[in-house]
Design a protein around this ligand. Structure first.
Ligand code: ACO
Length: 273
């Protein structure tokens, strides 16, 4: 357990939490460093098949820490600013390409820099009561650190422009409608729903999950032909890690008739659950 990040592991799921509730979980350099250490520690643990990122208290994260990440770091000069950038971009990037599937569980406030980890997580579920905002415009900067890019990746041009220029917050339900999260549901149902999704992910072949989540992130920037070629090679690479999985999947359907791939995953001996 670190100071600014909390976690526990149960039934194959690592429940990681931003842990500065008194500061609405805003990200200071300490949190960015401690989160990277924790992600490192959890990534290849055999008892972790899915990582969920939530927040302690009323916030998911109120974005970057305006005092410690901006004012105090800027006072130390360019080197310190670049170092602070590297530390937060580092763990967000780490999370984007994480070995295990990741789920953002947005319980409350999510502002500005918070869109970094939001986008880094493969799936996102929010409380209807949560509030999302690109508040940068309200205090005099543009949505930096990848946030503008994320806005245009996740939302339509008009919505991204409105969201960034007006700096108004939207609730979880609107965030789902605009594509920032997969679903919004009442706060008391958020964790059970995330646990349910995590449990479904744990039934899948982990090699295939990693290949699939990376493919979804990669192909967006490719031409159709490049994507076609990349996906053939990605599948061949996945086969080299686990050649038995798909053979077993076919066997249980065609020979055993024990399941239907259209309706669920094949039974995997030795799964993390
Ligand atoms: N940076 C630094 N401190 C913060 C931040 C932040 N992003 N967010 C909250 N805090 C601190 C407050 O200063 C306060 O500290 P104090 O107790 O020492 O006075 C404490 O956290 C609690 O915050 P309140 O404002 O009292 O909490 P409240 O629940 O009333 O409001 C809200 C929550 C709406 C999230 C508000 O704190 C807020 O607007 N925070 C800033 C959100 C923001 O714009 N973040 C930056 C986005 S841009 C970017 O990330 C690059």
């Amino acid at each position: 357990m670190t100071k600014t990040v909390a976690f526990d592991v149960a039934e194959g799921v690592a429940w990681v939490r931003f842990n500065r509730p008194e500061k609405r979980n805003c990200m200071n350099p300490t949190l960015n460093r401690e989160m990277m250490v924790l992600l490192d520690e959890l990534e290849f643990r055999d008892d972790v098949g899915v990582l969920v990122l939530g927040g302690e208290g009323t916030a998911w994260t109120a974005g970057m820490d305006l005092k410690e990440y901006f004012r105090e770091t800027e006072a130390l000069g360019l080197g310190a600013m670049r170092q602070a950038d590297r530390e937060c971009f580092g763990w967000w990037r780490r999370l984007r390409w994480y070995q295990k599937p990741t789920i953002a569980m947005v319980n409350g406030w999510c502002f500005g820099g918070g869109y970094g980890p939001l986008f880094s997580c493969d799936l996102a579920f929010a409380a209807e009561e949560a509030q999302f905002g690109l508040s940068e415009i309200n205090w005099g900067i543009l949505p930096g650190g990848g946030t503008t890019k994320i806005a245009t990746e996740l939302m339509s041009f008009r919505r991204a422009m409105y969201h960034a220029l007006l700096g108004e917050s939207i609730d979880g339900r609107t965030a789902a409608e605009w594509g920032l999260v997969n679903e919004a549901l009442p706060l008391e149902r958020l964790r059970p729903r995330v646990a349910e999704v995590a449990s479904k992910l744990l039934e899948k072949n982990p090699v295939t999950l990693k290949a699939t989540k990376d493919a979804i992130r990669r192909v967006g920037e490719m031409t159709y032909d490049n994507a076609e070629d990349f996906l053939v090679r990605a599948q061949e690479a996945a086969n080299s890690f686990d050649d038995q999985g798909r053979r077993e999947g076919i066997r249980q359907f065609i020979d055993d008739k024990s399941y239907k791939p259209g309706l669920g995953a094949y039974a995997r001996p030795g799964s993390v659950r």
